[in-house]
Design a protein around this ligand. Structure first.
Ligand SMILES: C[S@@+](CC[C@H](N)C(=O)[O-])C[C@H]1O[C@@H](n2cnc3c(N)ncnc32)[C@H](O)[C@@H]1O
Length: 251
């Protein structure tokens, strides 16, 4: 249980600004005005004996209670304050892959998706996420704590040409599955000239198993079988999606 007294809260705020003044942020008049406020607060009858005992709960419990009214009440009007700032910041960005961390009901995820970004949202509240999934069906939403993002812990990269078929640039132990053309190499983007933009979806999946063989995948398995095996294995740790496009103008 926590004891919360509104008078203590207000005095604490005064303390923070007085410490700023102590560090040189403000002048004498500012400090004296704050000290006068402290005296007034201590003398205020309405702030006497207003303390309450409260239970500490997780933020998921809090948002379970507020999720239904979050969008309708718009934070008591507060959300309208940050939206223009967020919109200005995000509007100038080229469409790419966006992570909406602590996405809530998907306010900014929706904004980003409407501007062509591929959006993933993460939040620790299942209730807020349920709203976000309804609001932005094209985005991917994951339940997770921000200090333990449900993404691979380490970022890895493949050198250019890793899929050239020789296997020389692949990390030790890695192998290339034969693609739909039954070739063990990357064929490349090949939109016919004048056909407009072709979108390519590149998916990187991290699993909590050491060897792909544990998924019943062999060197000659199809990529579709690999995807199916990962999906049904329940060992998927994280999935990243990049969706570039290619276009060859008509001759
Ligand atoms: C005030 S809401 C903001 C939601 C959204 N970003 C917006 O601007 O509308 C804060 C959100 O942060 C989430 N949250 C709080 N702590 C979190 C944590 N440690 N990890 C992930 N999400 C968290 C809550 O569940 C809630 O949905």
């Amino acid at each position: 249980m926590i004891y919360q007294d509104p008078l203590a809260y207000l005095l604490g705020l005064e303390g923070i600004v007085l410490l700023d003044a102590w560090a040189g942020d403000h002048d004498r008049a500012f400090t004296e005005a704050r000290l006068a406020e402290v005296r007034r607060l201590l003398d205020d009858e309405q702030l006497r004996d207003r303390g309450v005992l409260v239970e500490q709960v997780s933020s998921a419990t809090v948002y379970e209670q507020v999720s239904a009214g979050y969008d309708g009440e718009a934070g008591g009007g507060l959300l309208a304050t940050d939206e223009p700032v967020g919109a200005e910041y995000l509007s100038g960005r080229e469409p790419g892959v966006a992570l909406d961390a602590a996405c809530g009901t998907g306010r900014f995820a929706e904004f980003l998706a409407s501007r062509g970004h591929l959006v993933m949202g993460v939040d620790s509240s299942p209730d807020m996420l349920a709203h976000a999934r309804r609001r932005v069906p094209q985005a991917e939403f994951r339940l997770g704590e921000l200090d333990q993002l449900p993404l691979p812990a380490s970022v890895t990269a493949l050198p250019t040409g890793a899929g050239d078929g020789t296997g020389e640039r692949l990390p030790t132990g890695a192998f290339h599955l034969p693609n739909d053309a039954r070739l063990t190499r990357f064929i490349g983007a090949a939109p016919p000239p004048g056909d407009g933009r072709h979108r390519y979806v590149i998916v990187v999946q991290a699993t909590e198993i050491e060897k792909v063989g544990q998924l019943q995948v062999q060197a000659d398995s199809t990529p579709a079988w690999l995807g199916h095996s990962i999906n049904t294995s329940r060992h998927l740790l994280g999935r990243a999606v990049i969706a570039p496009w290619a276009e060859i103008p008509a001759a």
